[in-house]
Design a protein around this ligand. Structure first.
Ligand SMILES: Nc1ncnc2c1ncn2[C@@H]1O[C@H](COP(=O)(O)OP(=O)(O)OP(=O)(O)O)[C@@H](O)[C@H]1O
Ligand code: SF4
Ligand SMILES: [Mg+2]
Length: 331
């Protein structure tokens, strides 16, 4: 028997109404996330990663599809109903300094979610000190202001704030992208330790595949509002099936110097198109090195292979693996 997933996203869509017309930032995506699991969500700027995160924590209300958390559809809950939910579902943001109020002390910032939930002030302060220690900061620094901390320390504060109410799922929206490379590893280590100790599940958003490689068991690749490939990390990293995944992976430097010297970069033509005017057929076709006539008119749907991976491409890089869906049940 498999337990119900902690998070279940189905056909989720978000169309922003703008003065220049509708913008389909998220266009029918779906995935599950189990208790204690980490799913990486990657893709170029503007592909809809942050919008996905904001829809899941219900900072945005979806225009289509559903988000179920702990077995309950939360897609259209009202503000009042969202308050108890926020305790168990939190978000960490990219730029730690701009996501912390510069006029509040760290004690106030970390304790705020507890105060909102009705905790007495003294209790919230005590918990804030414990949380500082948990994320590797000095509890005596509770009364300092955000500008007195480095970027890495500020992100620790952001993480402590997210953990204050004891969530089971944290949406981490590019939590290390704004940090120095040396500091990135420290924050990733911290997030891994917290996951082990607290049994957290993460949706770990990054634009680059190398950042999520360590932390996630599964990875989803987004392009122009859609998931084009999703599956176990081993499969996606060693044998990417979607040409876009291959291109993203080819941009990642290899640790082995000999391999790095011969690494072939797949250069994609141009920038991603605007979600306000997506190309017809496969939306990746104007940039795809493998595009054929069919790709210009027919949009590929996600299809599953034997290894638990799904790919949306008419001509995937590993066609032999994509057999499941065409198989018919024989007596
Ligand atoms: N509030 C909004 N109103 C209108 N359009 C929006 C809004 N928020 C996002 N968008 C558009 O939706 C698309 C997806 O944006 P989103 O921020 O989700 O992308 P992203 O993958 O997080 O990008 P980045 O890597 O730059 O953070 C973009 O084209 C963006 O301009
Ligand atoms: S469907 Fe065609 S254009 Fe789209 S990714 Fe596959 S090969 Fe490229
Ligand atoms: Mg973003």
């Amino acid at each position: 028997m498999t337990a119900a997933p902690l998070l279940s996203v189905r056909d989720l869509s978000m169309t922003f109404r703008t003065r220049r017309g509708p913008v389909k930032a998220v266009d029918g995506i779906g995935f599950d996330l189990a208790e204690g699991e980490t799913l990486g969500l990657v893709g170029e700027s503007g592909c809809g990663k942050s919008t996905t995160g904001r829809l899941i924590v219900r900072l945005l209300e979806p225009t289509g599809g559903t988000v179920s958390y702990e077995g309950r559809d939360i897609s259209h809950l009202r503000q009042r109903e969202l308050k108890p939910l926020r305790r168990r579902l939190q978000m960490v943001f990219q730029d730690p300094h701009s996501s912390l109020n510069p006029r509040q002390t760290v004690a106030r910032i970390i304790a705020d979610p507890l105060l909102v939930q009705g905790s007495p002030a003294a209790e919230a302060r005590k918990r804030a000190a414990e949380l500082m220690e948990l994320v590797g900061l000095i509890p005596e620094h509770l009364d300092r202001y955000p500008h007195e901390f480095s970027g890495g320390q500020a992100q620790r504060i952001g993480i402590a704030r997210a953990l204050a109410t004891g969530p089971r799922l944290v949406i981490a929206d590019e939590p290390v992208s704004a940090l120095d490379v040396s500091v990135q590893a420290q924050i990733v280590n911290l997030m891994e330790r917290l996951q082990r100790e607290l049994g957290l599940a993460y949706l770990f958003i990054a634009h680059d595949l190398s950042v999520v490689k360590r932390v996630c068991a599964r990875v989803a690749v987004m392009y122009l509002g859609r998931i084009v490939e999703i599956g176990p990390k081993e499969l996606v990293y060693t044998a990417p099936a979607h040409p876009y995944t291959s291109a993203l992976l080819s941009a990642v430097p290899l640790p082995d110097p000999a391999a790095e010297r011969t690494r072939k970069r797949i250069t994609l033509l141009g920038d991603p198109p605007s979600p306000a005017a997506p190309p017809p057929g496969c939306t990746f076709h104007p940039r795809c090195p493998k595009a054929q006539q069919r790709c210009r008119t027919e949009a590929p749907v996600l299809r599953a292979d034997d290894g638990g991976r799904q790919v949306a491409c008419h001509f995937p890089e590993v066609p032999g693996a994509l057999t499941l869906v065409t198989r018919t049940a024989s007596p």
